[in-house]
Design a protein. Structure first.
Length: 94
């Protein structure tokens, strides 16, 4: 049986500004969401693959990999997964 917290949407917060991450995390947690954190686009991709969040809130301007690059990479990886499964059945992989 799943706990109530596991049924709440998971939001990945991506920002190199620790204060911004903390504010968003606190606000979302206070409103019933689960959260995960990443400091840059590269970490965001890793966490997206690991956690499959329901939503990503991402800063555009970050070191290592900016938000635009990370979004493009996530989009490309999602497209590859769905192209590999044209019947729409990702078998738990997308």
């Amino acid at each position: 049986m799943h706990s109530k917290i596991e049924n709440k949407p998971l939001i990945l917060i991506v920002d190199d500004d620790e204060d911004a991450r903390d504010i968003l995390e606190q606000f979302l947690a206070n409103n019933g969401y689960r959260t995960a954190l990443a400091e840059n686009g590269k970490e965001a991709i890793i966490e997206w693959e690991r956690l499959a969040p329901d939503l990503i809130l991402m800063d555009a301007n970050m070191p290592v990999m900016d938000g635009m690059q990370a979004c493009a990479e996530i989009h490309q990886r999602t497209k590859k997964k769905t192209d590999a499964n044209p019947d729409g059945n990702c078998h738990g992989q997308c």
